[in-house]
Structure formats: C-alpha cells, structure tokens
Design a protein around this ligand. Sequence first.
Ligand SMILES: [Zn+2]
Length: 200
Amino acid sequence: MPYVTAWSTERHRIPAVVRHPSGKGIGFSDEMPYDRDADGVLWVRQTIGAGTGRALFPTVHSLRQRRAVSRLLCQVCGADTLEQDPERQLFVLKDVGRPVGEGELTTAAPVCPPCALIAVKHCPHLLKHAAAWVERPMSWGVAGILYDQRTLLPLPGDDLIKVSYDDPAVRWVLATRLVLSLRGCSPVNVSDIRTTVVAR
Ligand SMILES: [Zn+2]
C-alpha cells in the first residue's frame, strides 16, 4: 500500500476550536506543542494505524503526507528520494490538461522512478497524469479548512483551501496537507523514465 494512503482506522479528530490567545488565528482548547508545525500553523489530529483496517484510496494520511512532502520521501514506498538523487525529484501529478508548470502548487510527494511506473499503472487518479523532474521543490504553505474569524466555524466548501505561509490567513486554517511549489521543472513522460535512469 502506498506510504501516504490513509487506513480506515485512522480518523481525523478535531478538538474544540478556540480563538488563539493572541486573537490572531485559531487554536485547540487542549492544544499541545505538536499540534503546530515549525511555522506555527495548526494541524488536524489523525490517529496512526497504518496496516489496520482497509486502505482508503485515494485518502491521504495527514501526518505521513506532511512527513513525505517535507522530507521528500517517495509517496509510494517511503524511500528518501534525496538520497537516490540529490539534484532532482520526480513528481507525477494528476493531469490538468497541461504540463507541470513553473511554480506549480501541489500536495503530492515525489516518487522514486520505479514507483512512478507502478503508480501510473495502479493509481486510478494517475491514469491520466503529468510528470516532471523538479530541481527545487519548495515548501509553500498548507491546504486545509479555513475558519471564519468571527464565528470560529469552518467556512463552507468541499475543497481544501491552499494558503501560503506568507499569508496572515494561514493562522485561520486547520491544515491537513503540506503544499509545495515546484521550481526548476522539466516535464517528462513516465514511459521514458526507465531509459532516462539507465542513461544517467
Ligand atoms: Zn518509491
């Protein structure tokens, strides 16, 4: 099972959301230091139980997604892609009708080349995909649930909202995904990757 996939026993738990003592942003009523990342953003709590229950495709586990994206671990096997190639990482994204663009925002972790070939064959959402070698995957912000500053209730909408670390609104987001900005992109066909790897 892919490293970042969530299992049915791994449930999101959202404690009571309160106004942060600073007045700027949200917090949990029983907040602990590990509820926030290094940039001070509040993260959803999710129980950990990979391997138990059913794998929930295409649901992603927030903590494993964050770890895979921040450390550039392969989203399928969990291997360190920086160790395999310190100069560039392979990203395979859902097809949006164009090649992967400079500064593309994504919640996807990289994949190692052998896993890319498996992923495009077996992941339904990647049957149609766009791939690129990326020289500088930069931490950009988070995706999550935006809270109303007055009512402290989640704003309506089904989609996760992407907010950059530079935006003051990030204090009002309950993060569920880390977002990267992909810089130094060279689009590639996954079917060509095997030969690319051999050539290096
Ligand atoms: Zn892999």
